[in-house]
Design a protein around this ligand. Structure first.
Ligand code: 13P
Length: 255
């Protein structure tokens, strides 16, 4: 059985105090609805990582992710944070290849493949993001776009390393727009991604890897998205900033 995962990507939101308060609220809400089998991941800005990791370390199926990492081990790169440093905070995951980083920080597949490599080397699990923009979807190029993003940055991995990834499909046109992919669009893309992983790495890897949906997933639509056969959870932006909504999403898997 594949791992069910809900990850909250806070992006550039929440002061240090407000972030810790949000985590306390999430933990409190979860007391009432524990969702013990769902892996819950919080991806705050770097400044929160150590303090949040300390808060959740003893909780069941709870982890912390950074939203980014540098692709090299260390050195004179002012303002950057290495995977080794991230691990030292207690974080176990890192988001790699988010469309906002591809778009605003010009991150390309070559760079992302290095980030994936150094994350795995330091035992940090990459949550690797892929997704087409609106023009690509309208031109019917969404499948080839997503496959190229995936293969260019990750298909150099061995099967055992690839199996350590979490994949997130985030159509750019659905991020922060309030427009969500339909269940048909989400399911057919997730199925396609899994079939391509199957072609490259075989059934054992493809059937066990978790593929998350992201893009205006919220407390209202999570249930129908998570009911799709190949959707194993969500990478949540805006709705992860409100504890009741985030916990409702965590509790949206079919019984
Ligand atoms: P929204 O849920 O705000 O659309 O953001 C999705 C996302 O980018 C998560 O990484």
């Amino acid at each position: 059985m594949r791992k069910k995962i809900v990850a909250g990507n806070w992006k550039m939101n929440k002061t240090f105090e407000a972030g810790l308060q949000l985590v306390d609220e999430i933990i409190k809400e979860l007391d009432a609805q524990p969702a013990s089998e769902v892996l819950k991941i919080i991806a705050p800005p770097y400044i929160h990582l150590a303090a949040i990791a300390e808060k959740v370390i003893l909780l069941n199926e709870f982890g912390v992710a950074s939203q980014n990492c540098h692709h090299l081990a260390n050195g004179a790169y002012t303002g950057e944070v290495s995977t080794e440093m991230i691990v030292s905070t207690g974080a176990k995951y890192v988001i790699v290849g988010h469309s906002e980083r591809r778009l605003y920080f010009a991150e390309n597949s070559e760079l992302l493949s290095q980030k994936v490599d150094i994350a795995l080397k330091n035992n940090l699990t990459p949550i690797f993001c892929i997704g087409e923009n609106l023009a690509e979807r309208n031109a019917d190029k969404h499948l080839e776009t997503v496959l190229k993003q995936l293969s260019d940055a990750t298909f150099h991995l061995s099967a055992s390393d690839f199996g350590r990834l979490i994949i997130a499909y985030e159509p750019v046109w659905a991020i922060g727009t309030g427009v969500t992919a339909t269940t048909e669009q989400a399911q057919s893309m997730h199925k396609y991604i899994r079939s391509e992983i199957n072609k490259k790495y075989g059934a054992e890897v493809s059937s066990s890897i978790s593929i998350l949906y992201g893009g205006s997933c919220n407390a209202q639509n999570a249930k129908e998205l998570f009911a799709c056969e190949d959707v194993d959870g969500g990478l949540i932006g805006g709705a992860a900033l409100k504890a009741p909504d985030f916990v409702t999403i965590i509790n949206s898997f079919p019984a």
